[in-house]
Structures are given as C-alpha cells and as structure tokens.
Design a binder for this molecule. Structure first.
Ligand SMILES: [Zn+2]
Length: 553
C-alpha cells in the first residue's frame, strides 16, 4: 500500500539519484570539435550525457550544491578518442602470450631465449604462441625460421606472428602437425617460404598458407578471451580511448565476451566489425550494421584484399623499391571480391575492406563501384581499412564514391623507415596522404590497428596525432612531408570523423549538448604546444558515460 510517507521516500530517493548523477567540469580549456562552438570553459553532465556546454559562469549559474564539481584549473579537455580500427582482443591475448615486439626484443637470439623460457614452463606438446616481431628491426634483418624456433622449443609446437598479423613463423613440429612439407603448393592468397638450397619450407608462412596451422591450435576459451580483453581495455583507458572498433570478429564468442564484461561493469564502447564467415548467421537472425546499443554495436563486415606494406605483402602496381621482383599478394580476385561485397551490401551491411597497396585499393574501389551501381545507396559509408598507397585516380574515386579511408598515422612512425625503404620520395607523398584527403573533403577516420604495429606504444592516439602533424618516423626522418596536417584536423579525425565511420556522429565524437559524456583531460593543450612535443602530452583523466575510468594526476 502506498502511504504519503512511502511516496515521499520514493520521491526523495529519485531526486537524490538525479542529483548524484550531476557532474560539472569548470575552468577548463575545452576543445569541442564542434564547429559552431569550437571552444568552451565548462560543461555539465547529467547521468551519461552532456547537457550544457558554455562558460564557467554559465554552468555555475545552473548548478546546485548537490552537483559534483571538478575544477579543471585551466587544463585541456577534448572528446574521448575513438579508435576506429584496432584489435583489443588480439592485443589482450598478445599480453597473455609471448611478447615478441621489437623493441623490447632486439634480435632473433632474444626471441629464441624468451620462447625457450616459456617452453620450460609448459608441458611437452602444448602450443606456444607469440606475436609482434618486426624482421625489419631485428638485428639479423630477417624473419626467424623453423630452425630458430626448434632451438627454442623442440618439443612444443610454436607459432609467432609478425606485427602486421599477416605473416607467421612456425617450428618443425607445427609444420608437421599442419601437414606442410616440401610437396605442399602455395594456396591462393598465401605463400609457403622455402629454403632455396633444400626446397624445404623454412617455417615462414604468409597469408592463407597459415590456415592448416590454425586448425591445429586449440580454440581460446571465453574466460581467457575476457581476461585478455580486460587487460587491453585498461590500456585504452590510459590512452584516453573511449570507443573502439574491433576490426575482425570471427566468432559470436567474442561478442559474448564483450557483452558479459560490459554487464559486469567494463566501460569501453565497442563497434564490432564482423568477419564474412558470420554473414549468413547474422542475416538469418536479422542482425545488421547498427544493431546493438551505445556500448556494443554491430559495425561493418570486414573483408581482406591484401597483406601489409612493411611485410612486403601489400598488393602494389609497382614493385617495392627494396624488393624489385615483388608486387605483393592479392588475397582475392576482382570477381570474387565483387561478389562478396555485393552480397554484404545487398544484405544491408556496411563494408570495410583491408587494402594497403594501390593495386588492392583500386580493386576495392572497383567492387564498391560495381555494388553501388547494381544497388544504389546514398549513405553506405563503405570503408577502406588502412588505405595506404594512393594515387590521384584513387583519391578522385574515393571522393566520388563517398568512401571512408581508415588509416593509422602510427604506421608512419613505428614502420616509417620501412615505408621510406620501400617507396621513392615521390611515392612517400602518396602514402597515407592525410592532407590531400582532407583537401578533397574526404572523411578520414584515424585509428591505431593495435597491436599490428611496431614499437612499445601501440595505442597512443596522441602519438598518432604527432605523426599526422609532423610526418616523422621513429628514427626521426620525414616521410611525405607535404601531407602534414594541422592539429585540430588530426584531433577531429581521431574523434568526430571516427564516430562518422560507425554512423555515430550524432551520439559522440564532440563536446556537444545531448552527446555521450565521453571525454579526456590532458596535461597540455595540443593546439598550442610545440608540434614536436605532441607525443609527450599525457592523459590525466578519461571519462566514459560521465564516469571516471582512468585518472593519473
Ligand atoms: Zn587491423
């Protein structure tokens, strides 16, 4: 029975709940990425949304004594970074496996040592997996081979994957288990490297040649997946990332892992780019791009067209400068890609295709053009993941078709020297041509592709912004300097433009009334700091849905 007392207790609790969910941030330097009001001093959050943006005086005049207040003391606040293409699950699992990143690894000897240590902790026959090595940076300037790995772990099958994710090295036991021998032929979209003297596989497997090995590796269980994702999420928070597109979800188990973690309080907004093998299942149950909520949402169907630039497997029109017989590997034919893209498009999905070389990008554009001709759709937002090596024809076609390039500025840092070695100086200007894209009003959406890059800072958006602005490699050399862009354009590419790539620009990506309260407090103002110091800026606080998920002041 409702008594007057009960009702007043209920009202009091509701009012208290509302009051407790009010947060004001005052005295700040807010870069809003909203062109109608580019700068502000303060904002008011109500539950998980921004309800007012203005001067400190304006916000003060509408708050009451029960509002939580954070005094920014002049510090800079920007929208939370949206990493439009990363692999949180792969990154998290790599943290649980053998870390072969170069650095901290310096040589094949280092890799042998760390794998042999791991082998001693494992029972005979148990798989050892590692990732992140960069042959370009290893002292020996080559891939490890089966014999190196045999030395480290003769009694355990071993697979270590190059940072790009497209090339792996396995030991003799793993080759044997996968049935790969002297007599094996290169599969379509793959290559089995051989020892030129003996004709035997040397353990380096490219692209689809790895499939028989993967079939032998026991599946990761959901608990391990969740453990990995949790580790990765902590790193994203510490770098000011509030939303991520997981650029390759191959099973519904991954979706389940994210959902269960979010139900248990994990705060990271995730857009799921689904593998083509899930298309039928998704279509059958009526799940399309956009299905989900503001925490977990179905994104594009992810397809692959070629390999990586630094692995020299990107499909190019001209050979790489340092491997004159090599024009890379196409993972698919034009006809096959046309059919696959059309199938996804007709079924109502956004499409995102991995293409790095100019030959691959042109192939993707042909498929997009053909699909749109057959089945026109205005707001398709077809994406090209990476979109590395361009030319003027490619740029005109991206513009005309309304395609979104999703590049990783950080590639020009960690792997920048590899781009410089593989391209003439003129062609370096066509590698991730940020300025030309923006001059053509193309929606460029920035991302990290973490962990598919070299070095110790795989996520840091501020490093990505530093690279987009300075076009400098980790060795301090310029790469395509005419393609430098200004800081605010780079910030926009890492926030609002990335929200656009997942159809969420009305929900997040800028500090605007009605948008989600996802934002970051920085140690310095990126707009005024010397551009060479951009990568030194620290994240002081990260907020997702109005709640602090990271703090370091
Ligand atoms: Zn990727």
């Amino acid at each position: 029975m409702y008594t007057t007392d009960n009702i007043s207790i209920l009202i009091y609790s509701l009012v208290k709940l509302i009051i407790m969910n009010k947060l004001a941030l005052l005295n700040g330097n807010i870069i809003t990425i909203n062109k109608t009001k580019p700068r502000a001093e303060a904002l008011l959050v109500y539950f998980d949304k921004i309800v007012k943006v203005g001067t400190t005086e304006e916000i003060k005049s509408i708050i009451d004594t029960d509002t939580n207040i954070i005094d920014l003391k002049g510090r800079t606040l920007i929208p939370g970074f949206i990493d439009c293409h990363a692999h949180p699950r792969m990154y998290g699992l790599s943290l649980l496996r053998v870390d072969c990143r170069t650095p901290p690894m310096k040589s094949i000897k280092d890799i042998i040592q760390i794998i042999s240590q791991r082998a001693q902790e494992k029972n005979k026959g148990v798989w050892i997996q590692g990732s992140g090595y960069d042959d370009f940076k290893l002292l020996e300037k080559r891939h490890p081979n089966r014999f190196d790995l045999d030395k480290a772990a003769p009694n355990n099958p071993v697979i270590i994957t190059r940072l790009c994710g497209h090339i792996s090295v396995v030991n003799s036991l793993a080759l044997e288990m996968a049935g790969i021998s002297k007599d094996s032929k290169d599969p379509e979209g793959g290559q089995i490297d051989i020892n030129s003297r003996t004709g035997e596989p040397n353990g380096v497997l490219r692209g689809s040649a790895r499939a028989p090995v993967y079939e032998q590796i026991p599946q990761t269980n959901i608990e391990t997946l969740k453990k990995g994702i949790e580790l990765a999420v902590k790193e994203f928070h510490a770098r000011g990332v509030t939303s991520v597109s997981d650029a390759g979800v191959e099973s519904s188990k991954v979706m389940k892992a994210y959902r269960e973690l979010q139900e248990n309080g994990m705060k990271l907004r995730v857009n799921l780019m689904m593998s083509f093998n899930l298309l039928e299942e998704l279509t059958r149950v009526g799940i399309q791009t956009g299905y989900g909520d503001e925490w977990l949402k179905i994104g594009a169907i992810k397809l692959y067209c070629d390999g990586s630039f630094s692995g020299r497997t990107a499909a190019m029109f001209e050979p790489f400068l340092d491997t004159p017989d090599n024009v890379g590997i196409m993972y698919t034919t034009q006809h096959e890609l046309d059919e696959t893209v059309y199938k996804c498009h007709r079924a109502g999905y956004q499409v995102g295709i991995h293409a790095i070389g100019d030959r691959a990008i042109s192939t993707v554009l042909n498929s997009y053009e053909a699909a749109l001709k057959k089945n026109p759709k205005k707001d398709h937002r077809f994406r090209i993941e990476h979109c590395g090596i361009n030319n003027s024809n490619i740029i005109n076609r991206i513009k005309e078709l309304g395609v979104i390039p999703v590049p990783q500025p950080i590639f020009l840092y960690g792997e920048g020297e590899s781009y410089r070695a593989g391209l003439t100086p003129e062609m370096q200007e066509w590698a991730y041509p940020f300025k030309t894209w923006l001059d053509n009003d193309i929606h460029v959406s920035f991302s990290s592709d973490c962990p598919a890059t070299s070095g110790e800072e795989l996520i840091n958006p501020l490093l990505g912004i530093y690279v987009a602005v300075n076009r400098i490699t980790d060795a301090g050399n310029e790469v395509g300097p005419t393609q430098k862009i200004d800081v605010e354009s780079a910030l926009k590419a890492y926030t609002l433009n990335s929200a656009y790539a997942t159809f969420e620009e009305n929900l997040k990506g800028s500090i605007e009334e009605g948008k989600l309260a996802d934002f970051v407090v920085l140690s310095e103002d990126p707009a005024t700091i010397e551009v060479t110091k951009l990568k030194e800026i620290k994240v002081h606080m990260t907020f997702i849905g109005g709640k602090i998920v990271y703090q370091n002041i």
